[in-house]
Every structure is written in C-alpha cells, then in structure tokens.
Design a protein around this ligand. Structure first.
Ligand code: G3P
Ligand code: CA
Length: 319
C-alpha cells in the first residue's frame, strides 16, 4: 500500500477513517499525541548519554527512551545493543575481553568497568566521534536526571524503557523483568497511570511482567520480519491487548497497512511507530515535519519515536 502524503492524509482524516484520536480514553494510560525522544535527542548528541536525555527534556519530549541491557553484576545500563563495540571504545580499553565470536558483551562487564568506557554516536554525519567525553549511563542515572529536570522545570516527562533481548539475558543468568520492576518501584513508577511505558520486541517478556503483577503501561514492538506476521490481522492485534496497552511498529508497517491503526484502536491499543529522523526522511515526504504529521494526523497514530524531538514537538504544537 502506498503511503499517503501529508495533505492526502488530511483528506483521509476528514472522512472519519483512520483519524487522529485526541479524545481521552480512560482504558489507556496516555492517549495524547506524544513525542518519544528516541535514544534521547540522538539526532544531536551521542545516543543514550545523559546529555542526549537532558536535551530531549529541554526540547519538550513527552517521554524519553532508554534501551536497556544488563551488566554482569545485574545493573541496567542504557545501551542499544547487547554488544559494546558499536557505540563505545571497549576494544581499546579491554582488548582481551571479547568472546570467541569476536564481540564484547555488556553482560561480561561490571557496571564499574562500563563506567570506564567512552560513548560515541553510532550514525555517521551526526555528532562527531572522538569529540567531547560521554559515558554510558546506568538506568538509575537516567531516571534521576529525568526526575530532577521534571522538578526543576515543573514538567512531568515520562520514561519509555525498552528491555533488549530479555530471553537472551535470562539464558545468561540475568533475568530482566524482575529487576526492571524493582528499579521502577524504587523510583515511584508503580501504578497504571505512571508516566512510563515498558517496551519490548518479545511478547513473552511483556507477559512475564504481567505475571509478576505489573500493571504499568506496556508496548509490544514489531518489526517487518516474519515473527510479527501473526499479529497483522484484526484478531492478531486484538490478542496483543491481553498483555499490552499499545504497539510500536516500524513506521513502514503502517504505511503498508493503514488498517493496523484501525485494528489497534478497536482493540484499545495505542500506536507509537518508530523511527522518525530528519536525516533519513523518505523522499516521498517534504521533510520530517510532513512525515510526522502524516503519521499523527493522517494515519492516526498516537505518538512517534524520533531522534529529533524538537521537530516533532513543533509538528504537533503548530499543527
Ligand atoms: O523502541 C523503538 C525503537 O527504538 C526500536 O528499534 O532498534 O531503535 O531499539 P531500536
Ligand atoms: Ca528502542
């Protein structure tokens, strides 16, 4: 299915089909149109660093996303991969600590050892590598930063943590779900209406969180790969509501199948697609603002993961 340009999306909205739902829905946690700062303001500063999270807060993000992996001593750190070499200088600092497959795994290092690494931006053409000094933060540090800025700004920005590879971590002797709930509880994220969404690509992990008693908002991530095909029907989407409050599909999944949003809404699920990037805007859109508005107000999604939260903030506030 060909994606609608922004203007066509507006016309579609006027028909009453997949229209933006601004109304409050009591059964879902946060049904506003939301800006989710993807890996912080990662379009401007190295992903998953405290400066990137701070800038995202200042740019008006509603939620800030840390991806989470675990260290050998059972601490959460903010990192996209289970491996360290793509975004740190681990190969220089710990040259002999790779596994037989030639990769450096965060799960083989203590949190103190991780603290000795320098973090760099992953994508070329963004914040230059080797400039400045950035660290890999712990999840606790991330939360304390957000809560501190909430206090100093009078805002209530939420957190949107993603458990990365929870089945793999469990097999390594590092169960994530129990640990996540302990950390969230310690920082006051306990009730269904708490400013948090817990996300994962693994449905079993979200189900485990529910089995552990969590009532916190949850989002199932979906990618354009075989394992998520079973969800791409009205019945498949409805089944997700048994263990989640929303879906986080790749944005192209919505462009190919606009009914996804309709099915999700019928099932009472929010839709938060990823990832909207100013430097990777598809040529079928005029610019990032056009792309974001097409999704939010044309296709009718409820929020967007974006590396450029300032653009998304303006796209919503000036619409
Ligand atoms: O969590 C939403 C999005 O970030 C999923 O993709 O690979 O960037 O974590 P990834
Ligand atoms: Ca993520």
């Amino acid at each position: 299915m060909i994606p609608l340009p922004y203007t066509a999306g507006i016309l579609l909205a006027a028909t009453g089909l997949p229209v933006a739902a601004q109304e409050e829905r009591a059964e879902v946690p946060d049904s506003r149109k939301i800006v989710i700062a993807h890996r912080g303001a990662s379009g401007y500063l190295p992903e998953h660093t405290l400066p990137a999270y701070a800038v995202a807060h200042g740019m008006g993000a509603d939620y800030i996303e840390p991806d989470l992996v675990m260290t050998r001593d059972g601490r959460f750190i903010c990192l996209h991969d289970i491996h360290l070499e793509a975004t740190t200088n681990v190969e220089d600092v710990f040259p002999a600590r790779a596994r037989e497959d030639g990769r450096w795994y965060a799960a083989d290092f203590t949190v103190d050892e991780i603290g000795r690494l320098e973090a760099t931006e992953r994508l070329n053409g963004r914040f230059p590598k080797g400039v400045g000094r950035f660290r890999v933060p712990t999840f606790a540090e991330m939360i304390e930063l957000v809560q501190g800025m909430n206090r100093s700004s009078g805002r209530n920005v939420g957190i949107y943590p993603e458990l990365k590879a929870p089945a793999w971590h469990r097999a390594e002797g590092l169960p994530m779900e129990e640990a996540l709930l302990r950390v969230l509880d310690r920082y006051g994220y306990r009730q269904p209406g708490a400013p948090v969404f817990v996300q994962s690509f693994e449905p079993e992990s979200l189900k485990r969180l529910r089995a552990l008693g969590s009532k916190l908002p949850q989002v199932l991530l979906m990618a354009e790969v075989e394992q998520y095909q079973r969800f791409l029907s009205p019945e498949g989407i409805a089944g997700i509501a048994d263990f989640a409050d929303g879906i986080g599909p790749a944005k192209t999944m919505i462009e190919r199948c606009r009914d996804l949003v309709v099915w999700a809404r019928k099932a009472g699920l929010l839709v938060h697609p990823y990832t909207f990037r100013a430097d990777q805007t598809p040529s079928r859109y005029e610019n990032l603002t056009d792309e974001i508005r097409s999704h939010l107000f044309g296709f009718g999604v409820n929020g967007v993961f974006t590396d450029h939260p300032d653009v998304a903030r303006d796209a919503i506030d000036w619409y």
